[in-house]
Design a protein around this ligand. Structure first.
Ligand code: IMP
Ligand code: MG
Length: 188
């Protein structure tokens, strides 16, 4: 806790902006336009992943001009660490019914791919009419299982990033930009 406090206070000393809020908005606009074209006449349901996907989900949602439904799922794999534990638990799925719908899963970031593997197994098991994935960020160099987003905001190198929904130990989700946190600082 002492570390997180110091880290928050010394924010400019430990963080570097990787993608600005303006860049995120511009890219989200482009992706929304593509979705508006490709999902016209379909039964779109946007499924957001809690908690990290919320800012991207909401930025995307307000730019979707088609009739659509929304739902949320929670996929937890991380403890207080910057690497995956490998075990993914889904929550908030009771009563979700997307049978016959055109499901678009909205993710914050794809890292090992294990969350997508788990979410895909669950959502495809619901017999949707179609199933696609949109992710704000993709770290392909970190993939452990072959799951990929159909639409990607930004492909990034192997950095641990925070902000615009992404957390380190539940902090920093409120930063408007996507920033790189210095791993030596948080793990050292
Ligand atoms: P995966 O299951 O390893 O692909 O990881 C997906 C989830 O891990 C994401 O939805 C995030 O919640 C979290 N995650 C992966 N990389 C990062 C990162 O760089 N910063 C913050 N969270 C991350
Ligand atoms: Mg997540």
């Amino acid at each position: 806790m002492e570390k997180m406090k110091k880290s928050t206070d010394a924010r400019l000393g430990v963080l570097r902006t990787l993608i600005t809020h303006e860049e995120i908005m511009k890219r989200t606009e482009e992706l929304a336009e593509q979705i508006n074209r490709e999902y016209a006449g379909k039964n779109l349901v946007l499924i957001g992943t809690l908690k990290g996907g919320v800012p991207f989900f909401s930025a995307l949602l307000e730019r979707i001009t088609l009739p659509c439904r929304t739902d949320f799922v929670s996929a937890a794999s991380y403890g207080a660490s910057t690497s995956t534990s490998g075990k993914v638990t889904l929550n908030n799925i009771t009563g979700m019914n997307v049978e016959g719908m055109d499901v678009l899963l909205v993710e914050d970031i794809v890292d090992s791919g294990r969350s997508l593997e788990r979410l895909t197994a669950f959502l495809e098991g619901q017999k949707p009419a179609s199933y696609k994935i949109i992710a704000l960020l993709d770290k392909p160099s970190r993939r452990e299982v072959p799951y990929y987003a159909d639409y990607v905001g930004f492909t990034i190198d192997d950095y641990f990033v925070i902000g615009f929904g992404l957390d380190y130990n539940q902090y920093y989700r409120n930063l408007p930009d996507v920033c790189v946190i210095d791993p030596a600082y948080v793990e050292g």
